[in-house]
Design a protein around this ligand. Sequence first.
Ligand SMILES: Nc1nc2c(ncn2[C@@H]2O[C@H](COP(=O)(O)OP(=O)(O)OP(=O)(O)O)[C@@H](O)[C@H]2O)c(=O)[nH]1
Ligand SMILES: [Mg+2]
Ligand SMILES: [Zn+2]
Length: 357
Amino acid sequence: MKQRDKKKGQPKAERLSAIKLPDLDVLDETREQAAFKALRSAHKQHDLYKEGTQLVRGRIAEIKSNYNYVVEVGGVYHRASLSGRLKQFSYSSQALSAVGDVVELDISNFPDYRIENILPRKTTLSRYAGGSFQKEIILAANIEQVIITSSWKMPLVKFGLIDRYLCITALEGLKAVIVINKVDLCEDGEERDELAERVAYYEDAGYSVILSSVVSGAGMSALKDTLQNKDSVFSGQSGTGKSSLINWLEPHLNLPTAEVSDYNEKGKHTTTQSILIPWSFGGHLLDTPGIKTVNLHRDAKPEISRIFPGFDRWAPNCKFRDCSHTHEASCAVQEALEKDMLPVERYESYLRIRDSL
Ligand SMILES: Nc1nc2c(ncn2[C@@H]2O[C@H](COP(=O)(O)OP(=O)(O)OP(=O)(O)O)[C@@H](O)[C@H]2O)c(=O)[nH]1
Ligand SMILES: [Mg+2]
Ligand SMILES: [Zn+2]
């Protein structure tokens, strides 16, 4: 008799009872055994890996391709690959490794150095891919401050982008410094006044703003003071002068920068890989490729009303603790807007960030 016919002929109850349930006691035993086995093999693996290996602490300085890394150990750079164990994870997680990660490097098999462990990150600067999956893209790991690099002109400063960065750094607990570079291109008179007015908003909100130029040298000593003995990442649009600022402070690095004649508003994307380099005056720098924008994670939406740059001066006085500053009565942020204390551009930038999430 065919299988199908047999089934058809059986009443429902009988069919159900025919399903063989596993003996639960046996199942528990198997589970315990599996856990025990996993534990034993982990111990074994650890011992194995302790015996043959020679581990040193280092930091990922550059990721050349999926498995091709540069690791800095005490100021010396080594080529390295990922251990087989870690490679396994890198298929499922793009965020497995990032420039700035602290790693354990096995140097027993020269010149075939292998990253055996990636240590938990203290901080990350991340942006999120658009679309529903919002994949995390880590721009830098284990850094203390973000140098939000913009240029007054060429390309034109985007304060909306600065606001996004400031939200991200606030969420991550990172210090943020706003650099407006190429101020040599800002003309005296009305244009200067506009620059001063824009800057005042952020300074009044408690941020440090550095107006810089590698042409005139303006702001460069203030920038150096800010960077000394800290690990900082330079991030911002392409063409704003991230690599130029770093070269000015550390000429021997000679990082590639765009030719002036190559100028276009979108930038040339001259820097293509993030790199971590020590400053001669203490601390590290992370130069990164230019980005068009940074997206926040959608889960951050309820926080934006609290952490948007400058809002902490007013939001605590809103009637409702979870005020979104859009339609609520007795909203201190909207009052500040009416009294011209909050510029309308900043409020619109707030709404745009909210709507994007
Ligand atoms: N006028 C003026 N031009 C500058 C200044 N800083 C940088 N530039 C020019 O701006 C262009 C872009 O500079 P880069 O240092 O390559 O910019 P970047 O931010 O590293 O760009 P990506 O690597 O593409 O992200 C170059 O032609 C620099 O010479 C400045 O302070 N004033
Ligand atoms: Mg660059
Ligand atoms: Zn409010």
